[in-house]
Design a protein around this ligand. Sequence first.
Ligand code: MV4
Length: 510
Amino acid sequence: MPPFRKVLVANRGEIALRVIRGCRELGIATVAVFSEADAEALHVRAADEAYCIGPAPSAESYLRQDVILEVARTAGADAIHPGYGFLSENAAFARAVADAGITFVGPPAEAMEVMGDKVSARQTMMKAGVPVVPGTTEPLASVEEAERVAAEIGYPVMLKASAGGGGKGMRAVMEPDQLAPALRAAQSEARNSFGDDRVYVEKLVQRPRHVEVQIFSDTHGNHLHLFERDCSIQRRHQKLVEESPCPVLRPEVRDAITTVATRAAAAIDYVGAGTVEFLYDNATEDFYFLEMNTRLQVEHPVTEMVTGIDLVHAQLVVAAGEPAPFRQEDLRIHGHAIEVRICAEDPAENFRPAPGTIAALREPTGPGVRVDAAWYAGYEVPIFYDPMLAKLIVWGADRETAVRRMRRALAEFALTGIRHNLAFHRAVMSHAPFIEGSTVDTGYIARHFGEDLTLDEGSDEHRDVVMLAAAIAAHEERKRATGASGGENTTGPGNAWAMAGRLRSLGRTR
Ligand code: MV4
């Protein structure tokens, strides 16, 4: 018996398609919503029903709570799955959905509110015995107070905006005479960015990893975890590479951090899939609560690959009031998984978003490879939304195998017509410090690729060769599909690979 008869997926792109697939596998009918810019999107084609909810800008479509609720009523949806981003952590929307007698596939609105406010999140965690970075939660009232508190904590310290997020309004202060100017700078940035200049101070965790724990709770008081993910490779606070398990976590530390994460879930009567984020100190093995995300995350496939659990199936089952479809004692980490986020960004232009139309596309497949994407040759990448188009996830019996497999999959990937960051990911997967793994921390990209990371796309001959082969293959496939005349198919897909090999060898002889 499916957990629901019909589910509206209030999202777009790869996550909308991923949720639609999960529903279909459980025998649940699906309703897609789309903006005018997404009329030709794959998630629209994949759903059983689809409704246009407004013009391209998110504020006029994917964030229009009233319109989405109206579609849910009209279509007779029993539940709404929000995906990530958009309305996924909007407490008012979660309440409005429940008030309409429709199930919101996610946590209670109260849990979103507690975790949505940095101060209440920190206070709730401290009460629950979850380690937080030593420092204050109350905003600093004066430079004198800042100097006193910083001296108590001990330098170096980190100034943070109370209304902040994603690194805005943050200043590291290495010694006392830098504090006053740094405080003024942090307050000014916070005022300009959030209209709120409150700033507090914490002990600086130097060269931290971003380690997060996948948690999963049901309405029967079960608060479970599905181990951790290391998401330290970020650029301007945007994750680019994620992996599980974290390459340096010892079993005792894994037990401690996952126990603390499930304690955090229990403390707020959590329900559904969530993530507790920590700063992990490479030097001391200490970890400190950063924030809790009350939604399914972009990088959830990494956890699915090492645990064998389908997190969307589990979300739907638990949202229907059933117990979690797995027990903690049955969960294990099997092997190692890595995910890279493929974005329509121009590496030669400091990775600014670079939409366009996909000309040819060849996704890698083969053992241990998964691509979560909602694109096709001819797809016009809209300018209105996040530039992340797809995720390439690989699984291997151990980390070395997973890295080798990621290199193989990235080499097979062909994507022409738009600028993208595949070359960056290929560089990381061939980069000794990443392969060795123990020195990776949140400063990895800045340290090895420079603050303003740009790559010379043209330097990747191999990519061009594979692109050429894929474009020829796509041309041949179109010719065959249209029944165009032409002798023996001499450059079909298989031959394109052979051609790529020949061209590659030419490349090597140059
Ligand atoms: C820190 C920190 C070091 N020490 N707090 C960045 C954004 C926000 N989520 C918290 N962040 C940090 N807080 C203390 N006390 C270093 C960072 C940080 C970071 C954290 C996680 C992932 C990527 C990061 C990149 C730069 C800085």
